[in-house]
Write a protein that binds this ligand. Structure first.
Ligand code: XLS
Ligand code: NI
Ligand code: NI
Length: 438
């Protein structure tokens, strides 16, 4: 059905690279085969509820700019239903296979947790009904454990155990709804799991609380038979000065410490990667190396601003190399590319929201085709193999597998008068090669 929000009425389709049409895909062609798989199944795009239908266009100095019909005065549940109509109309028009939400995005907070949970379930029923006929599926659900003032000192890491308990009760409700809606993943971003000052923070206790909280979620996942992945979303700071889930490496250490490294993976966000002083590619490659690459929050941070600007990803070369690394790691499996991205507050027209998604979907699709060429051509991979080839010979393998002691190694170096000669890293050559695929 249409609800009169967008000017666009028809499902947005692929029309080829040269179409002048603002609302047509130039690169995203869902059925196109790429490395033996449909483009849609490689990328698994999701539209997020919070930036697209909840955020009203505020910034620290100014109020709402969007003034959407469901953001005015009225019965909160009626407004939530109206918002759901527009959300599903958006998914239909964009022809995306997935969406994502926080509990508080979809339904208003009630006077008690029981009422809040009921509100969430009621909208969950609206979703379930729509999903009977619509194509869209749930990539992941999550709980908002950071907006309400009860969470100002953290949720799982709060000094008050009752806040921990309240957060757990909230997560149980969304995890179960995610399961019932057939969600592919459940995400935990530690919104306020961090601290402002060590003067009032017992760091060791808070880490133990966080470990216990996560274990409880993993236990409940098995209890209810949810076969989605549990994902942590790393971010170094904002809102707290120091967030515990700082980056992929920190999260991996945390998972190891609490014995959860086989149960939990990561949801990597471009903007969070650069806030942590890394590149997006670094975070992807490290997660893949550690076996915890789960899903992607696709967006773009500003390289000059030190906060989460959450812009739509448009940088094709950066995306191409990132997707190349994901393909080399075997793809995202149950994960996907979630647009944790928002339009700028001056982009007022409803169709701007569609075009933002179309543009970034196209940038990713274009990047996927470039990454396909990089894989098919194989020269980047060959260069890498050659650089490490020495490790494949017998002596290299013996050292690596622990078959040589320090005595053995030293005796061989001295006996054979080994004198290794440096070789070129060929960075400029490789950068040129990379450009040749663009
Ligand atoms: C905030 C996070 C958030 C998560 C979901 O910076 O990116 O949007 O993706 O809670
Ligand atoms: Ni995110
Ligand atoms: Ni973010």
């Amino acid at each position: 059905m249409t609800n009169g929000f967008y000017r666009q009425q028809d499902v947005i389709r692929y029309s080829g690279e040269h179409t002048p049409d603002r609302l047509s895909y130039r690169w995203y062609d869902p059925d196109r085969a790429v490395l033996g798989q449909r483009m849609e199944d490689h990328l698994r795009f999701a539209v997020c509820y919070w930036h697209s239908f909840v955020w009203p266009g505020t910034d620290p100095f100014g109020g709402d700019t969007f003034l959407r019909p469901w953001q005015g005065a009225g019965d909160p549940m009626e407004l939530a239903r109206h918002k759901a109509e527009v959300a599903f109309e958006t998914f239909r028009l964009l022809d995306v296979p997935f969406f994502t939400f926080h509990d508080r995005d979809i339904a208003p907070e009630g006077a008690t947790l029981a009422e809040s949970n009921r509100n969430v379930r009621e909208i969950g029923e609206v979703f379930a009904k729509k999903m009977e006929t619509d194509k869209v599926r749930l990539l992941w659900g999550t709980a908002n454990l950071f907006s309400h003032r009860r969470y100002m000192a953290g949720a799982a890491t709060n000094p008050d155990p009752e806040v921990f308990a309240y957060a757990a009760a909230q997560v149980k409700n969304v995890l179960e709804l995610t399961h019932e809606l057939g969600g592919a993943n459940y995400v935990l971003w530690g919104g306020r799991e961090g601290y402002e000052t060590l003067l009032n923070t017992d760091l060791k206790r808070e880490l133990d609380q966080l470990g216990r909280f996560l274990s409880t979620v993993v236990e409940h996942k098995s209890k209810i038979g949810f076969d989605g992945q549990i994902l942590i979303e790393p971010k170094p700071q904002e809102p707290t000065k120091h967030q515990y889930d700082y980056d992929v490496a920190t999260v991996y250490g945390f998972l190891k410490a609490y014995g959860l490294e086989n149960d939990v993976k990561v949801n990597i966000e471009q903007n969070h990667a650069i806030l942590a002083g890394h590149s997006f590619e670094h975070e992807i490659e490290l997660a893949a190396a550690l076996g915890i690459l789960g899903s992607i929050d696709i967006n773009r941070g500003d390289y000059q601003s030190g906060w989460d600007t959450d812009q739509f990803a448009m940088n094709v070369p950066e995306l191409a190399f990132s997707i190349y690394l994901i393909l080399k790691a075997g793809g995202l499996g149950q994960g996907g590319f979630n647009f944790d991205a928002k339009i700028r507050r001056q982009s007022l027209d409803p169709d701007d929201l569609l075009e933002a998604h179309v543009g970034s979907i196209d940038a990713c699709a274009h990047a996927l085709l470039i990454a396909e060429r990089m894989i098919d051509d194989g020269r980047l991979e060959d260069e890498l193999k050659q650089r490490y080839a020495g490790w494949d010979d017998a002596e290299g393998q013996a050292m690596l597998n622990g078959e040589r002691t320090l005595d053995d190694v030293a005796a061989r170096v001295l006996g054979d008068e080994i004198d290794p000669q440096p070789r070129s890293g060929r960075q400029e050559h490789l950068e040129r090669l990379l450009n040749s695929y663009l």
